[in-house]
Design a protein around this ligand. Structure first.
Ligand code: MN
Length: 234
């Protein structure tokens, strides 16, 4: 191994380790070979029915997410970003092009989104996260109300988030494919849960009724994963 490459590998490894502790267990996003790859869904395309239909999941994962991965790879080809950790890229996104911002965001957000859903949803938060939600928002219902509002009032395309900054919880929303790991974000921190409110996420089944989609989505939140994200933020 060339000395320069060895030092590079060490640096990337070191940053990757640090960023992982900030951003949760996202080892699948660090490419072994140059370039980023589409992670497999952790369940079948039809597993989230009747809340999210099979066709929406197929198009959303295989076409939209794959598109972000392809466009990200095209945007970073031949640059040091090719072998960089996704969280590291997001933390310095103000220095990057719109193509990197949109597609690195799109890749991270969707990779996160698939994991924060499950066919075996527990309907309510668990453990330390449940306690923190009650303490911060008063109750789970009040938290849901505030999150629904963020998701519903995000104009155009974007995301709603529950974010933890060293254990302090905040609800926010972001436009387009921005996220709370980006240095340009209004609210920065570790994502705990996230909801995609782009029309491509719900239009086939719910048409213009975003509120119905949001209401259904609570049935499939992976609260165990959410708690893991929360714990990793501290
Ligand atoms: Mn999407």
């Amino acid at each position: 191994m060339h000395r320069k490459r060895f030092i590079q590998a060490l640096t990337v490894g070191f940053i990757g380790l640090n960023m992982r502790s900030l951003a949760g267990p996202f080892t699948i996003l660090k490419p072994a070979a140059p370039g980023f790859t589409l992670p497999a869904l952790p369940y079948d395309y039809s597993a989230l029915e009747p809340f999210i239909d099979k066709t929406t999941m197929e198009i959303h994962h295989d076409k939209h997410h794959q598109g972000y991965v392809n466009n990200l790879n095209a945007a970073v080809k031949g640059t040091p970003l090719e072998t960089e950790n996704i969280e590291t890229i997001l933390a310095q996104i103000s220095k990057q092009s719109a193509a990197v911002r949109n597609n690195a965001g799109g890749h991270y957000n969707h990779s996160f989104f698939w994991k924060i859903m499950t066919p075996n949803g527990q309907k309510k938060p668990v453990g330390a996260l449940a306690e923190a939600i009650d303490k911060t928002f008063g109750s789970f219902d009040k938290f849901k109300e505030a999150f629904d509002k963020a998701a519903l009032t995000r104009f155009g395309s974007g995301w709603a988030w529950l974010v933890s900054a060293n254990g302090k919880l905040t609800i926010c929303s972001t436009p387009n494919q921005d996220n709370p790991l980006m240095d340009i974000a209004e609210v920065r921190g570790t994502p705990v849960i996230a909801l995609d409110v782009w029309e491509h996420a719900y239009y086939l089944h719910y048409q213009n009724k975003r509120a119905d989609y949001i209401n259904s989505w609570w049935n499939i939140v992976n609260w165990q994963e959410a708690e893991d994200n929360y714990k990793a933020s501290m």
